[in-house]
Write a protein that binds this ligand. Structure first.
Ligand code: NAG
Ligand code: NAG
Ligand code: CU
Length: 407
């Protein structure tokens, strides 16, 4: 199976409505920025988003108080998720150690369902494999991955004694040399280094015929082989592959036991091209949820995979370059922390129009055709944890089960 998703992505992309041009009132574009460059404009927007989110939290607390009620999420219990490189060496080590702990515990997934699920960490990979056709290029994409990273954080805490919030990967900060970043530099405080260097060509993403356009040829990274440094140097990948270019599907459609090393292909080519500050700013400036999601993932036929695709293919390798099993690389959760951060901040910039905005159906690019995702749509994380939860309860990072913001 060679990237089966792309074949059916293509058809469905053709029917995906493109960004509607409805301007939102009170939009950020109405404000004047004296922006020296895109990086600065982005950082101004991010600060504005945080300020607005905190002010909204305070006014919510205030208005509940007037009705004699108590807010469940206030500044007192608010968690601040931080960028990986800005947390202490001790905290970085605590984080990777907790992930190793999860990888040492027994899976909850029955082997009758996924014989390859050996560890508690693998439960998360199985859930992602099972649900990939419903949680990507769908209306649940952002909410599902928000809940997924939060339940993962909860597992690290309750099952492995981790105390902090999960850190994120601020893509533009390291785009020029991600292999040297605190995340991937390979020291004992990193999330392990790059794969060993193996001469190779870059990944070619097939064209999307429905949308037209050329294949997207990615520059090769600086690795390609097994990861041999840092906390995950001995990590065993158990599940997949499912949709890795030029690799056969693993046993039981990828749910079987297929032990192998962790491979990465980190490098600046993909990172500079798709995750620089201008790329992220472009996403943040979208005015409606349809275009926001589209630009985050790259508009079909545009030759872009967006910052979401950019982060995934900056990691690349196995399992990182496989849409289904990508959470099998622990860097996945730092990447999706940043995806959630961009969404959270985008929402905070215009809450009345964006807080509950959903776009898409309950299947990947509406293949096969399915209902529109609504606030009543339920999601769940299978054996990874959590409960059935409605989209309504996961639309805000400071409501429902959540109480966090991003710095
Ligand atoms: C920055 O990202 C944008 C959007 O992906 C891209 O068009 C531009 O070429 C990138 N800049 C560089 C220097 O690669
Ligand atoms: C949980 O949600 C799924 C859909 O994600 C649904 O099929 C199932 O019936 C729900 N279970 C309960 C107990 O509500
Ligand atoms: Cu995913």
């Amino acid at each position: 199976m060679r990237l089966p998703s792309f074949a059916f992505l293509a058809n469905a992309l053709a029917v995906l409505p493109l960004a509607s041009a409805v301007p939102s009132s009170g939009s950020i574009n109405q404000r004047e920025h004296v922006s020296v460059d895109d990086a600065q404009e982005l950082s101004v927007l991010q600060q504005q988003a945080l300020d607005t989110a905190l002010a909204a939290l305070d006014s919510e607390e205030e208005s509940l108080k007037k009705r004699g009620e108590t807010a469940s999420c206030t500044r007192q219990n608010l968690e601040i998720r931080l960028e990986y490189g800005s947390i202490s060496l001790k905290d970085r080590k605590a984080y990777s150690s907790a992930v190793l702990c999860l990888q040492s515990k027994t899976a909850n997934t029955p082997s009758s369902h996924a014989p390859g699920a050996k560890t508690r960490y693998d439960d998360f990979v199985v859930t992602h494999i099972d649900q990939t056709p419903f949680i990507h290029y769908s209306g649940t994409f952002l909410g599902w991955h928000r809940y997924f990273t939060w339940i993962y954080e909860k597992a690290l805490r309750t099952e492995c004694g981790y105390q902090g919030p999960i850190p994120y990967w601020d893509w533009p900060k390291y785009a020029n040399a991600p292999q040297d970043s605190p995340i991937f530099n390979g020291d004992e405080y990193s999330m392990s280094g790059n794969g060993e260097y193996i001469p190779h060509d870059g990944t070619v993403l097939l064209p999307l015929p429905g949308a037209g356009g050329d294949p997207i040829v990615l520059a090769p990274g600086l690795g390609g082989g097994c990861v041999k440094t840092g906390p995950f140097k001995d990590m065993q990948v158990n599940l997949g592959p499912v949709a890795l270019p030029n690799a056969p599907v693993g046993p039981s459609g990828g749910l079987g036991y297929n032990p192998r090393c962790l491979k990465r292909d980190v490098g600046p080519g993909v990172a500079v091209r798709f995750t620089n500050s201008s790329a992220v700013l472009h996403v943040m400036k979208q005015q409606d949820i349809a275009s926001f999601q589209l630009e985050l993932q790259g508009a079909p036929g545009s030759g872009s995979i967006g910052p979401h695709g950019g982060g995934h293919y900056t990691i690349n390798g196995d399992p990182g370059g496989d849409l289904f099993i990508s959470p099998g690389d622990p860097a996945f959760f730092l990447h999706h922390g940043q995806v959630d951060r961009v969404w959270t901040m985008w929402q905070a910039l215009d809450p009345s129009n964006r807080q509950n905005a959903i776009s898409g159906t309950n299947t990947m690019l509406n293949q096969p055709p399915s209902d529109d995702t609504t606030l009543d749509t339920q999601i769940n994380l299978g054996h990874a944890g959590g409960t059935n939860i409605s989209m309504r309860d996961i639309m805000s990072s400071t409501k429902g089960p959540f109480c966090y913001v991003y710095l």
